[in-house]
Design a protein around this ligand. Sequence first.
Ligand SMILES: [Ca+2]
Ligand SMILES: [Ca+2]
Length: 211
Amino acid sequence: MNSVGNRLDTTDGTTIGTNLSNLGTLEIGDSPGQLSVTGSYQQSVDGILEIEIGGTTPVSEHDFLSVMGLARLAGTLEVSLIDGFVPEIGDNFGFLMSDVGFAGMFNTLNLPDLGDGKEWLLNPGGSTLFLEVRSALEADVDGDGDVDGQDFLLIQRNDPSLIPAWELEYGTTSPPVASQAVPEPSVAVLLLWGVSALGYCRVSARVHLAS
Ligand SMILES: [Ca+2]
Ligand SMILES: [Ca+2]
């Protein structure tokens, strides 16, 4: 148990042979390093997990927390870049692994500025929680950090609604205005959900009438 306001510093390769409940600040390793928890990891809303990133290799270049039990998340993820490292588009950093899985999510992400054209994405896929660096350019649909003819071909084929964004961002490697989120796809997903829910209602109504 790491209590509110307390800082728990672990040296490299430390194993905690029980459940770890973090209500304070958890720092992993001696600069980049690894902490293994054989039980579960629970972080409260007051808890802070500090992750240092100095490269893409876990443990030797960025902090890595390995949990054998459930990782129940809340509170703050605090990331800092070390050793002058500048993340590039496509870089990803798996910093938290759980053999069982995850519950909850961090309430606050304190992530370092990546500069123009790049943004962070927290990817909770599978057994490892990744931080990824992706292009902040809306029309950079192939995700290589620029907006060019390749992107246009893909946009023309798959999503013509991005053509105005492509015209605005063409030839740039950093956008005039960083576009954080694209609202249209989520609206489309909501609409699809609505349509399928409607279809389901109709089917069940028919079943009732028939019986
Ligand atoms: Ca560290
Ligand atoms: Ca591109």
